[in-house]
Write a protein that binds this ligand. Structure first.
Ligand SMILES: Nc1ncnc2c1ncn2[C@@H]1O[C@H](COP(=O)(O)OP(=O)(O)O)[C@@H](O)[C@H]1O
Ligand SMILES: [Mg+2]
Length: 356
């Protein structure tokens, strides 16, 4: 069902996105590394899960954000290896893994245990499973959180991935990220000090739906649940929510459940508020000025100087370098964009929540 608010798992549940699904599928089958980027709630996890479900090799889905949260702000090598072990055992329960029987944690004669960083061993194992299964792919959702892996900011993991890139032809990697700049920084393909510097990879970008497609999406969703919805409501919904599928789904679902457009809109904004509040809370941990900067932009202060005045009025002097760093980070994290020297909030609902 299109209006199911959970991430989708199958191609049939996904509206449009034929091109993205196909590029992602090709990435999984043919590239050592595939990167899937796009802002929050645009549909990355859904596309990734759908493609992994269709993948005829061995595909492992790992949510780096969840591992980070479960580890209280770090991802330990032992936890990551254990997670991979559990996924493999789960797949083993269904009998075969591309012809390989799994017995206990002894996988095809190779014992899975974290040795030193643990990573290369596990990648070697997956590579040999991949040889039999056609190919193995590890997909890290919200992979920018892997910078909290181990004691060296994820460098050990990257070194393992670089090793796999060079030496393990049956193992591929997918990274997704909402915080696009942070993900690029982490992978470091353009950074000559990174283990992955200069490697070739496939990049797939998921963008919000454009106007017509957003309207079509709502129409298709309402039709599916047997509702006739006036055109002006469809248009108003897209005016307020833009083409971000996560919000459109939220609205559609709430309308279907409550029968009232106004109430559905209110609930969607409420839900957005609580989700965004949680995200802001994470941001505040890094610096309390992030939300001040965002607020300044949301209330219409788009220029550097005005943002600076606002932040200083609220929390005292800030150096130019510090403010630049905050703005640059917000851009990297996908909260704002800079156009013709002006800063804008990317997601209109985020803007609205910040304004209230
Ligand atoms: N193309 C699509 N068709 C149907 N539902 C979608 C589509 N894209 C996203 N969604 C829905 O939007 C919400 C956010 O999607 P998700 O895959 O979690 O996004 P992301 O991982 O980019 O944050 C989910 O409820 C998902 O079901
Ligand atoms: Mg996601």
């Amino acid at each position: 069902m299109l209006f199911d608010p959970r991430p989708k798992n199958r191609r049939e549940e996904i509206f449009d996105r034929e091109t993205e699904l196909n590029s992602l599928g090709k990435g999984l089958r043919e590239y050592p590394i595939t990167v899937l980027i796009g802002i929050r709630r645009v549909g990355k996890s859904s596309l990734l899960r759908a493609v992994l479900n269709e993948f005829d090799g061995l595909g492992l889905y790992l949510d780096a954000r969840r591992l980070y949260a479960a580890g209280g702000g770090t991802i330990s090598p032992a936890v990551l290896v254990d997670e991979i072990r559990k996924i493999l055992l789960g797949k083993g329960r269904f009998g075969f893994l591309g012809g390989i029987k799994l017995e206990g944690i002894n996988l095809g004669g190779i014992t899975l245990k974290p040795k030193e960083t643990g990573i290369i061993d596990v990648f070697e194992l997956l590579n040999s499973l991949g040889r039999k299964a056609g190919r193995a792919v590890i997909a890290f959702d919200e992979a920018q959180y892997l910078r909290f892996y181990g004691p060296r900011g994820g460098k050990d993991l990257l070194a393992g991935i670089a090793y796999a890139y060079d030496s393990l032809p049956n193992l591929g990697f997918v990274f997704t990220g909402s915080e696009v700049g942070l993900l690029h920084d982490f992978i470091g393909i353009d950074d000559y000090s990174s283990p992955l510097f200069g490697r070739v990879y496939e990049e797939v970008e998921v963008r919000p739906f454009h106007r017509e497609l957003s309207e079509e999406f709502l129409r298709a969703g309402f039709k599916e649940v047997g509702m006739k919805v006036p055109e002006e409501e469809i248009k108003r919904a897209v005016d307020e929510l833009d083409g971000i599928p996560g919000w459109l789904v939220e609205l559609g679902f709430n309308y279907w459940k409550s029968g009232s457009f106004e109430r559905a809109m209110e609930r969607t904004v409420e839900r957005a508020k609580s989700m965004i509040r949680e995200e802001l809370f994470e941001l505040e941990k890094r610096s309390h000025r992030y939300s001040l900067v965002l607020r300044a932009i949301a209330i219409g202060l788009h220029r550097w100087k005005n943002i600076k005045d606002y932040v200083e009025a609220k929390s005292g002097p800030i150096t130019n370098a510090r403010l630049s760093a905050l703005l640059k980070n917000l851009e990297k994290m996908g909260w704002i964009k800079k156009e013709n020297g002006e800063y804008r909030i990317i997601d209109p609902l985020v803007e609205r929540v910040l304004r209230d």
